[in-house]
Design a protein around this ligand. Sequence first.
Ligand code: DC
Length: 222
Amino acid sequence: MGISIAIDGPAGAGKSTIAKQAASEIGFIYVDTGAMYRAIGLYFLRKDCWEEEEIIKECHSNHISVTIKYKGQIQQVLLNGENVSELIRTEEVGKITSFVSKIGAVRELLLELQRGLAKEHNVIMDGRDIGTTVLPNAQVKIYLTASSKERAKRRYKELKEKGIACNLEKIEKDIIARDEQDINREISPLRQASDAILIDTSFMGKDEVVEKVISLYIEYTR
Ligand code: DC
């Protein structure tokens, strides 16, 4: 069993940026569980399937295989052998993913893969339910959050930099809606584990947050 650092929190709190940098500094692998859910979202988007019963049937049919590999330290996600790492980053995929990730059969499909990685490697794993469900015995648990306004501002800046037209108010509205879906679902809702440390990044710089994560890890090793 490796050492596990679990980072949970709402969309746009900076989990992946922070986890990636911290993982590289302490020599852990970074596991992005959202990307795994997005791969399944893409599978159902391609089928234009939003029917819960149909989704459950597909999950039980062995038609869907999600695996990951690493290109250097960057996680690549494969859907039935196809590298979909770029294709999963659209709003459309995000939307259907938020829907399919509520379904127990979808979550079961990924649980083993996620736990297996933590068994074999030292990991920083980010998601929504890592500290509560996937790795309840993680040595370090962090709940990373920021106000919806701040998260919207960051997303707006990111899109603008990519030259994508967007509206700040609409982004914040979407973020709040996504939070509600993730928090209010029945299975594995987004929740701070009772033993997780809360880090509110609203007024913190990236390096400061990475430093805080690493210091929590160092504290554990002492
Ligand atoms: O972190 P992200 O935006 O890439 O996640 C995409 C969706 O996947 C999000 O709506 C919540 C879901 N998700 C989840 O239910 N459990 C996880 N451990 C990670 C992501």
